[in-house]
Write a protein that binds this ligand. Structure first.
Ligand code: SF4
Ligand code: SF4
Length: 322
């Protein structure tokens, strides 16, 4: 497949390009984070990735009260509200009015407002990724398309994969797997490996934690394994949310491993990574004006994480802490 001028013009929405990532597949990689997700994981540490539309972040401690955003907002979403016993005036945003036009962001020189998400073309991404080529060659790295859910923008993902493959770059797709199989079929030949999330074993718990059950996710994982795709499994480890699901996840993975061995393959999963919950997303929830659903949840201790990794290894999985 050629990276035609038409494919190069394909547009998509991203919210970050991270260089020299060592947490998104083998070697040093460029991670491209697509905006928008079709799951609603209650522990999401990238809440700015969830909406497909641009997001507005507000950091009141940086606001110098210049009033520029009030003047430019077409829907008067910036408001002054009296609060507390002393009726102190504070600057807030009426999110129900905000259309996310991001006009106010352009006027705020104090950096109190930030827009998240930009529409870019496939050739913009491919040129960006290509610029780090020496690092990929030296480290065995490449590009990882992540999110959000990168597979929820199938035309854009296809276009950037064609461009990166044509440039000889190792490609990985990081997905939660909740998409029609046809989405996978379209990109499989362009994708050297898949990073695949397993969030819960029980369909009921999965639905309660993410908004959807895991039937399609497990079906797709089995199909990928049958095709012998190179796969790294990623398990988010969230105390009080999915910690009770680890044995069930191990059961599913071991069953698929056994099927792969029966079919004469060395393994189904090259690696299983445990991703411990952290609190880095808390300030983002506040900046986006949404309540933090993980408020009160503590990150697991190193000892707890080590215990779970050890448990997965005892089950015969090649497990590591991410
Ligand atoms: S433009 Fe920025 S600094 Fe000025 S009032 Fe608005 S948020 Fe505050
Ligand atoms: S993003 Fe647009 S609508 Fe929303 S507060 Fe800023 S100027 Fe107003």
């Amino acid at each position: 497949m050629k990276f035609t001028a038409e494919l190069a013009k394909t547009q998509g929405s991203i919210f970050n390009i991270q260089r020299f990532s060592i947490h998104d597949g083998p070697g040093a990689r460029t991670a491209v984070f697509f905006k928008g997700c079709n799951l609603r994981c209650r522990w999401c540490h990238n809440p700015e990735s969830i909406d497909f539309a641009p997001s507005l972040e507000f950091y009141p401690d940086k606001c110098i009260g210049c009033g520029a955003c009030f003047a430019v907002c077409p829907v008067s979403a910036h408001i002054i509200r009296a609060t507390g016993a002393d009726e102190q005036a504070i600057h807030t945003i009426d999110r129900s009015k905000c259309t996310r036009c991001l006009k106010c962001v352009e006027t705020c020189y104090a950096g109190a407002l930030a827009g998240v998400g930009q529409t870019v073309t496939a050739d913009y991404i491919v040129d960006n990724v290509k610029s780090e080529m020496p690092y990929y060659q030296h480290s065995g790295g490449g590009v990882t398309f992540s999110g959000g859910e990168c597979m929820a923008q199938p035309d854009f993902l296809y276009a950037v994969l064609v461009g990166c493959k044509e440039a000889g770059i190792h490609t990985a797709v990081d997905t939660a797997g909740n998409l029609p199989w046809s989405h996978f079929e379209r990109i499989l030949d362009l994708c050297d490996m898949v990073l695949y999330d397993m969030k819960a074993a029980s369909p009921k718990v999965h639905r309660a934690m993410t908004g959807v059950d895991n039937k399609l996710i497990i079906e797709n994982l089995r199909k990928l394994c049958k095709l012998g795709k190179r796969i790294w499994i990623r398990i988010p480890y969230i105390p009080d949310f999915n910690d009770g699901e680890i044995p069930g996840i191990a059961d599913i993975l071991c069953e698929i491993e056994a099927e792969a061995r029966e079919a004469g393959r060395k393994n189904a999963f090259e690696r299983v990574e445990l991703i411990p919950f952290h609190k880095l997303g808390a300030s983002k929830y506040e900046a986006l004006g949404i309540g933090d659903p993980t408020d009160g949840i503590k990150p697991p201790s190193d000892a707890e994480v080590a215990r779970v990794v050890e448990y997965l290894r005892e089950r015969g999985l090649d497990a590591y802490k991410s």
